[in-house]
Design a protein around this ligand. Structure first.
Ligand SMILES: *[C@@H]1O[C@H](CO)[C@@H](O)[C@H](O)[C@H]1NC(C)=O
Ligand SMILES: *[C@@H]1O[C@H](CO)[C@@H](O)[C@H](O)[C@H]1NC(C)=O
Ligand SMILES: *[C@@H]1O[C@H](CO)[C@@H](O)[C@H](O)[C@H]1NC(C)=O
Ligand SMILES: *[C@@H]1O[C@H](CO)[C@@H](O)[C@H](O)[C@H]1NC(C)=O
Length: 391
């Protein structure tokens, strides 16, 4: 009876905050921008199945931007609440929630560096703040192995969204060597949501496109990421770049990592990533929106991103059928994808995200690409009529 009650309580438990002990944070440099200790939220359930989910939230692009960020929960752990929203990914409890009975870990993003920074201490160049995302990840994984059942688990989904989706791709092969160095060897599946920064030949700037130029900004990723120059990058990509006489920093672009990945990777990516249109391509939201005519300049601009995204995803899949792909034809960044993960959203042609992901986890090649609405994003709801494809 008591046991039953206790288990009942545990199942409804709120995800609780764990800050890294100060000596661990100091020794490992596992600290947020403002040097407060990093940490995570956790709800332990089935000890054999784990998800570690990295949050996103852009990156800081100059010292002033970093300083602003350091005063928020995206740059400091000082004001993190004691518990996390139990309905937010990865904790969501709905029946078709992807990680429903998993032991769940959510790692807030507080380093402003796409999880790649390797600073040991604050740097003047970022306003006397530190970018230590890679070190946070190392210490969090080690602390989990030290203090939870993760060491004995048989499956780990290593996931992230947006900046976290970029972070997991860079660390997709690192995570298995890290875990085996700690004597843990779960099967690892990497899940990147909205982490395709960028499809090959993107970003094209809207201002240039409307004047008739369709080529991408040269080396955009390196410029965007200039504050994290010299940070951690996918090891296999760096080795391939060196062998080919390219600068290792070219590996900041995710499309360069895809051919080098050894891990099993599932990509969740909207065909029309809104962030890449509005915030990187710099097309105003009033101009680039769902419903623009296909022949108008904004219509052609959206269609170009959709085609390039499709092309990058399908080239990756053709080269390596272990890539799982889920690409709705929506104009959104991560909100819709988080709903799909939480299981609160619609299915596409009767297939939910959980079905597609489960199909892939069971070992079947899975390429689930929704039909677009004549090359453009589908208005919300209409996608249910689209023909989707699982191979
Ligand atoms: C401190 O860090 C070093 C290397 O980074 C590691 O070998 C050592 O175990 C750490 N010590 C503690 C107390 O965490
Ligand atoms: C994990 O445990 C080892 C051995 O007790 C300790 O040296 C290390 O500092 C711990 N690491 C973390 C991140 O808790
Ligand atoms: C496909 O594989 C070839 C040979 O390994 C490689 O050169 C190419 O870059 C890969 N393309 C993609 C898109 O992964
Ligand atoms: C992406 O590919 C799918 C499957 O081939 C196709 O139905 C869809 O319309 C394509 N999207 C775009 C934007 O071209």
């Amino acid at each position: 009876m008591w046991r039953f009650l206790l288990l009942g309580l545990a199942a409804g438990e709120l995800p609780r905050k764990v800050l890294l002990p100060s000596e661990v944070a100091a020794n490992a440099s596992a600290k947020c921008l403002d040097s407060s200790p990093a940490g995570f939220y956790i709800r332990e359930q089935d000890p054999s199945k784990w998800v570690i989910f990295l949050d996103g939230g852009g990156l800081c692009i100059d010292a002033l931007d970093c300083r602003r960020r350091a005063a928020t929960t995206h740059g400091s752990s000082k004001n993190w609440p004691e518990t996390w929203d139990p309905e937010a990914v990865p904790f969501s409890t709905g029946l078709s929630s992807t990680f429903r009975d998993f032991s769940q870990v959510f790692v807030p993003y507080c380093s402003g560096d796409l999880w790649l920074g390797m600073d040991h201490k604050p740097r003047l160049i970022v306003g006397d703040l530190q970018m230590s995302g890679h070190r946070i990840l190392g210490a969090v994984v080690e602390h989990l192995v030290n203090t939870t059942a993760l060491r004995r688990s048989s499956l780990l989904i290593f996931a992230g969204q947006s900046a976290g989706g970029i972070g997991v791709l860079h660390h997709a092969d690192w995570i298995s060597s890290k875990l085996s160095s700690l004597s843990a060897s779960p099967r690892i599946a990497v899940l990147s949501a909205a982490g395709l920064f960028f499809p090959a030949d993107w970003p094209v700037l809207w201002e240039e496109f409307r004047l008739g130029m369709e080529w991408p900004v040269d080396n955009f990723m390196a410029k965007w990421c200039h504050l994290i120059e010299g940070s951690f990058l996918h090891e296999g990509c760096v080795a391939a770049a060196r062998a080919a006489g390219r600068a290792p920093s070219t590996c900041q672009d995710v499309s360069r990592i895809l051919p080098e990945l050894k891990a099993d990777v599932f990509l969740m990516q909207n065909q029309f990533d809104q962030y890449q249109v509005l915030h990187l391509g710099l097309c105003p939201a009033s101009t680039c929106s769902v419903g623009v005519p296909a022949t108008s300049a904004p219509g052609r601009y959206l269609a170009l991103l959709g085609r390039l995204t499709n092309a990058t995803l399908s080239a990756a899949f053709q080269n390596n059928s272990r890539f799982g792909i889920y690409a709705p034809s929506r104009f959104d960044h991560t909100d819709d994808l988080m709903q799909d993960l939480a299981g609160t959203d619609h299915s596409i042609s009767g297939v939910s995200f959980k079905d597609a992901f489960g199909h892939w986890l069971s070992g079947a090649p899975t390429r689930f690409v929704a039909a677009s609405c004549a090359g453009l994003p589908c208005p919300s709801g209409q996608e249910a009529d689209a023909r989707a494809l699982i191979v």
